[in-house]
Each structure stands twice: as structure tokens, then as C-alpha cells.
Design a protein around this ligand. Structure first.
Ligand code: UDP
Ligand code: MG
Length: 344
């Protein structure tokens, strides 16, 4: 009985990619890993509407190492990965995109590193990443994130990584709903290392992370990992008080010296507009945190599952943060392969 190597593949409208990525993984497994690991490929369909569901269904029918989770609607990439981590049974779990951008071949090196004792192996894309604007924004984001939070994320990390069972179990225990997995994994600790790869172009279909979606993820990330922006109001307020005290001193001296005081209408208006703008920005920052509190206190699950294919022995099922419409038997296994031998 070999340990299981799991691949978690979030899918949102990737009809023409799912079969290709599965073939690439299967070839990799049979050529390089078959004597050491059993394979599990776990598709998490995030509410696709382009026929991906049917393709995944037929792939799962044809091979018993393919499993699939179908969400009731689109819940987002992070939710899909969370679900994958929750259902995966492997001793090591590789999460990667299903659009062929992430080369499977690099997983061999990732496994070597894991077997050397690292619990987390990040796959980091080298600087030749396509799209200047996107890579500039992403670099700026990681700068700001690492500056404002105590958790450090490796730039270029995306969601391509191998984690050990230990890490997944710890991640599954975290209670929060708004998840930024890229930050949660370094936050958990554990020993980590990285391997680098060259990002391939998307094989087909549309990229799902436009500017605004990425910005949304960035805001989730910052508000979950840092409260420094909340303190911005203190800094701004103090700064403006200093400026106004200085200006008051200046005008008093000017008045004593017999200067005119009625001038300065333009600067007055400019100052009012500026301070109003700043106050609104500070409100907006606070509102982001307030919104996060609202979202978290509602305690709605991160995703809703409408169907699981090949669910016998689903790994960690508990009520948070996702739930299923159907009941599934509860079965927990610490190291896959040890407690659920018959299901593999
Ligand atoms: N994805 C998802 N749900 C979403 C958006 C994307 O499951 O709401 C999946 C998508 O199918 C892909 C991965 O997440 O496998 C990364 O998305 P994409 O390739 O569009 O992002 P990019 O590589 O452009 O950052
Ligand atoms: Mg992609």
C-alpha cells in the first residue's frame, strides 16, 4: 500500500483544459512516481457553466483515481482550493491551476524537497512572467503586504505548492471564512522551501483574475493579515494637526506684523477638499474591516458543495468552513493511506 500523492485542481470554466492537465499529471505519475505513490486527482469545480462539469464527470467515470467536488455556484479560487485541501487524502498535496500554466514536471523536485523534510514547498515563477502590468501590480502588492503584516509571502508564489498532510490538517482547523491561503500557509509556520518554474501561457479559455478581482483578493489579504491600515487615521490626523498648528503660528505672526489675513480663499478650499478626502479614505479603510467582521460573524460557509464524485473516505469533514448539501460519513485520517487503506 503506497502513500497517496494528491493533486488539487480548481476549475472554473476550463472545459478544454481539464483533460489535458489530467493527462499531464497521469503521464508524470506513471513515468516518475508510480512505484512510490498512488495517485489522486481531485477536481474542484467552482460553478463552471461552460461544460467543464460534464467533462470532469466523464473523466471521473473512466478512472478511479479521479475524484471531483462540484460547488453549487461560483465561490472563488480560494474557496475551491480550501475545499480541495479539505477533501484530499494524500500524504502530500499539490495544488495547482488547471489551465496548464503550471508545469507538472516541477512536482518531481517538489516531492524531493518534501522528502528531505520540508512541510511546504512553494513553486515560484521566475521573472519571465507574462504581462508587465500584472507583474508590476503583483510585486507592489507583495511589497505592501510584507511591509504591513507580520507574515511574509514569497513574491511570485500564486497557489502552486506542495504541502504535507500535517500542514493541510492544521489549515483545515483554522476557523476563518475569508481565506487568503497564500498568507495562511506561511502564517501556520512549518518548514518551507521553494523551487522555481517558468509560467506557461494559458492553454485555452479566459484568465479569471482581472484587475478588480485581484484587487478584491488583495484587500481580503491585507485586512486578514494586518491592522496597520486602521492606524492610518492616527498618523494622518496627527500629521494634519501638526500642519494646522504650524499654519496658526504663521498667521498669528503675520497678523502681529500687520499683514493681511483675508487672502487665501483658494488654499482654504483646497485644504477642505483635501481633508474631506482623507477622512473619507480613512472611513473606507475602517469600512473594509467592518465588512470583514460582518462576513465572518455571519458564519456562512466558505463554499457549498452540491455533489462529490468518488467520495468514499472523504478526509476531513466538519461543519466549518464549507458544507455539503448531502450528508457524508465522517471519517478522519491523519496520514492518508494509514487509516483509509481500502478507499484508495
Ligand atoms: N478559478 C476558480 N474560481 C474562480 C477563478 C478561477 O476555481 O473564480 C481557477 C481557474 O480555473 C484556474 C485557477 O483558479 O484553474 C487560476 O485562475 P486563472 O488561471 O484565471 O488565474 P491567473 O493564472 O490568470 O492568475
Ligand atoms: Mg492561470
Amino acid at each position: 500500500m503506497l502513500p497517496i500523492l494528491s493533486f488539487v485542481l480548481p476549475v472554473y470554466n476550463e472545459r478544454d483544459n481539464v483533460e489535458n492537465i489530467l493527462r499531464e499529471i497521469e503521464t508524470f505519475h506513471s513515468e516518475k512516481m508510480a512505484d512510490r505513490f498512488d495517485l489522486e486527482v481531485l477536481f474542484v469545480d467552482d460553478g463552471s457553466t461552460d461544460g467543464s462539469v460534464q467533462v470532469i464527470r466523464s473523466l471521473a467515470e473512466k478512472s478511479d483515481h479521479v475524484r471531483a467536488i462540484f460547488f453549487s455556484r461560483n465561490f472563488g479560487h480560494q474557496a475551491a482550493i480550501s475545499a480541495g485541501y479539505r477533501y484530499a487524502r494524500g500524504a502530500a498535496i499539490v495544488a495547482m491551476d488547471s489551465d496548464m500554466q503550471h508545469p507538472v514536471a516541477i512536482v518531481e523536485e517538489m516531492i524531493t524537497r518534501w522528502q528531505e523534510g520540508y512541510d511546504v514547498v512553494y513553486a515560484i515563477r521566475d521573472s519571465s512572467q507574462a504581462g508587465l502590468f500584472k507583474s508590476l501590480c503583483s510585486r507592489a502588492f507583495y511589497r505592501i503586504f510584507n511591509l504591513l503584516s507580520q507574515t511574509d509571502i514569497l513574491p511570485g508564489g500564486a497557489d502552486f505548492r506542495l504541502v504535507s498532510r500535517k500542514v493541510v490538517n492544521a489549515l483545515n482547523e483554522l476557523p476563518e471564512r475569508c481565506r487568503f491561503i497564500r498568507g495562511l500557509i506561511p502564517w501556520l509556520g512549518f518548514s518551507s522551501t521553494k523551487v522555481t518554474y517558468t509560467l506557461r501561457p494559458r492553454a485555452s479559455g479566459e484568465p479569471k483574475y482581472g484587475f478588480f478581482k485581484s484587487l478584491g483578493l488583495g484587500i481580503t489579504a491585507l485586512t486578514s493579515f494586518s491592522v496597520v491600515p486602521l492606524r492610518a487615521s492616527l498618523v494622518l490626523g496627527a500629521l494634519f494637526m501638526l500642519v494646522s498648528v504650524a499654519y496658526l503660528a504663521y498667521s498669528t505672526i503675520a497678523w502681529l506684523a500687520g499683514g493681511m489675513l483675508i487672502r487665501g480663499w483658494m488654499s482654504l478650499i483646497a485644504l477642505i477638499v483635501l481633508t474631506q478626502g482623507m477622512i473619507l479614505i480613512v472611513f473606507a479603510i475602517q469600512a473594509e474591516y467592518l465588512a470583514k467582521i460582518v462576513l465572518e460573524t455571519k458564519r456562512r460557509p466558505e463554499f457549498v458543495v452540491s455533489e462529490v464524485i468518488g467520495q468514499a473516505g472523504a478526509n476531513t469533514y466538519n461543519s466549518a468552513p464549507g458544507f455539503e448539501i448531502e450528508e457524508i460519513p465522517e471519517s478522519r485520517g491523519d496520514i492518508a493511506g494509514s487509516s483509509e487503506g481500502e478507499s484508495a
